[in-house]
Design a protein around this ligand. Structure first.
Ligand code: PMP
Length: 404
C-alpha cells in the first residue's frame, strides 16, 4: 500500500504556514516533529472536559484522568511490545537516561566499565560522564567507521569482564545510521553487561519490539514521535526496574513514610515522583493511536525515497560533504558546504522557507571524529513531500552560490 502523504499532511495544521513568504518546508523533525490534529485535540479535549490530578482522587474527574493517563501507559507498552508496569513516564529521553545512569551508578565501583559509541547524543553521554567523575568508572568509546557505521569488531573488543553497561543509540541523530540493536544487545549480554538503547530517533522510523531486541532499557521522547514535549519513556525489563533505586523523591512514589522510615512504591510509580506530565502522556497516547492507523512500513519507504531522491540530486556537487552514508541508514542528511558555516547555511535556507538544524547536534565527540565543528542537518518525516525535497535541493544550490 502506497503511503498517502497528502492525506497525512492534512492532519498537521502547522504545515500550512509560510515562512518569509514561502511555503514552510520543515526538515527539522529529528529535533522535534510537528503534531497531528489528533494530538492537539486529545490534549485540548482533556483540558476542556476531563482534567484533574491523577491517582489521588475519589471524584469523577480524578478517576477519568487517571484512567486516561494509565491508558496512555498501556498504549506505549503495546507500541513497543512491553508490559504497562515496564513503562515509566519521564520528562523526556534525556531524563530517562539520567534515571537509569543514576540508579545503576549507585552500585558501580571505580574501574567498572561503560561502553558507549562515538555516535551518541549528549543525552547518552553526560549522565555516564557523571559516573566517571563521581565513581571513577571508565568510559569506552566504540569507533565509528568513515561511512558512519559502528565498528563491530571494535565494539566486541571493548567488551570485557568489567563491562557493566553498554549504552548506545538505536539510530544516530546525526548520521542516520541504524544500529543492529538485537545483535549488539546479544554481544553485550554475552559479556554480562546491561544494555540501554537510546531510541529517540529509531522509534520514529521503525517498529520496535523491546522483547525481541531483549535490551534491558529502551528510552525515547514523545515530541519526536509526533507527540508533545515534556514527556518521555523509559522502558525497563520488570526485574531491572525493580532493582533500581528511586530517582526523585516526593509524592506518589512511596509506600509509607514516617518520621523514621520510608518504603517505596513498585515500578513504574517508584520513578514518577510528584504530579506527572498528565496532559502530555495523554497527548503521546494520541500520537501512538494516530500512528497506529498508518502503515509504518510504507512511511519508512516514503521517507527513504525522499532521502534517496535528495542524495541522488546532490550527487556530483563537489562543494558538499555528506557525513554518514552507512548502508541501511535512515532519512537524515548531515552535511557541510565548503567555505560556509553551517549556521549561515541554515539561516539562508530559512529565507527560502526551508527549516534545517545546524550545529553540533549535541554530538560533539562525533563532530570531532569527523573533523568538523558543526554540520547542517535535514531530517525527513512522514509529512514531507517530493516537492519539498526538491525545494530543499534548489534552495541549497542557491545558498551555496553565496559562498562560491
Ligand atoms: N538521543 C537522541 C539520539 C536524540 O536525537 C535526542 C534529541 N535530539 C535525545 C537523545 C534527547 O532527547 P530529548 O531532548 O527529547 O530528551
Amino acid at each position: 500500500m502506497a503511503f498517502d502523504v497528502e492525506a497525512a499532511r492534512a492532519e498537521f495544521p502547522i504545515l500550512l504556514r509560510h515562512v518569509h513568504g514561502k511555503p514552510l518546508v520543515y526538515l527539522d523533525s529529528a529535533a522535534s516533529a510537528q503534531k497531528p490534529r489528533a494530538v492537539i485535540e486529545a490534549m485540548t479535549n482533556a483540558m476542556e472536559h476531563s482534567y484533574a490530578n491523577v491517582h489521588r482522587g475519589l471524584h469523577t474527574l480524578a478517576n477519568e484522568t487517571t484512567d486516561a493517563y494509565e491508558a496512555a501507559r498501556n498504549k506505549v507498552a503495546g507500541f513497543i511490545g512491553a508490559e504497562p508496569a515496564e513503562i515509566v513516564f519521564t520528562k523526556g529521553g534525556t531524563e530517562a537516561v539520567n534515571l537509569v545512569a543514576a540508579g545503576i551508578g549507585a552500585s558501580l565501583q571505580a574501574g567498572d566499565e561503560i561502553v558507549l559509541t562515538e555516535m551518541e547524543h549528549h543525552a547518552n553521554i553526560v549522565p555516564w560522564h557523571f559516573l566517571r567523575e563521581r565513581k571513577g568508572v571508565v568510559l569506552k568509546w566504540t569507533r565509528v567507521t568513515d561511512d558512519g557505521a559502528l565498528d563491530l569488531e571494535h565494539f566486541q573488543s571493548l567488551l570485557g569482564p568489567r563491562t557493566r553497561v553498554v549504552a548506545l543509540s538505536h539510530m544516530s541523530n546525526v548520521l542516520g545510521t541504524i544500529n543492529d540493536a538485537k545483535a549488539l544487545t546479544r554481544m553485550a549480554h554475552e559479556a554480562g553487561a546491561l544494555v540501554l538503547l537510546d531510541g529517540c530517533q529509531a522509534i520514529v522510523h521503525k517498529p520496535v519490539d523491546v522483547k525481541d531486541i531483549d535490551c534491558d532499557f529502551y528510552v525515547f521522547s514523545g515530541h519526536k514521535l509526533y507527540g508533545p514535549t515534556g514527556i518521555g519513556i523509559l522502558y525497563g525489563k520488570a526485574d531491572r526496574l525493580a532493582a533500581l533505586p528511586p530517582y526523585q523523591g516526593g509524592g506518589e512514589m512511596i509506600g509509607i513514610v514516617s518520621q523514621d522510615e520510608i518504603t517505596y512504591a513498585d515500578p513504574p510509580h517508584r520513578f514518577e515522583a510528584g504530579t506527572p506530565a498528565i496532559l502530555e502522556a495523554i497527548g503521546l497516547g494520541a500520537a501512538i493511536d494516530w500512528l497506529s492507523t498508518q502503515d509504518r512500513v510504507a512511511i519508512a519507504e516514503h521517507e527513504h525515497a525522499l532521502y534517496a531522491h535528495v542524495r541522488e540530486r546532490l550527487q556530483g556537487m563537489n562543494w558538499l560533504r555528506v557525513i554518514g552514508e552507512a548502508p541501511g541508514k535512515g532519512a537524515i542528511l548531515s552535511f557541510t558546504v565548503d567555505g560556509a558555516h553551517a549556521h549561515d547555511v541554515a539561516q539562508i535556507l530559512d529565507r527560502y522557507g526551508v527549516a534545517v538544524r545546524a550545529g553540533t547536534h549535541c554530538a560533539e565527540p562525533l563532530m570531532r571524529r569527523f573533523g568538523v565543528t558543526s554540520s547542517a542537518r535535514a531530517s525527513f518525516a512522514l509529512y514531507n513531500t517530493l516537492e519539498e525535497a526538491d525545494a530543499f535541493v534548489d534552495a541549497l544550490t542557491k545558498t551555496q552560490a553565496f559562498f562560491a
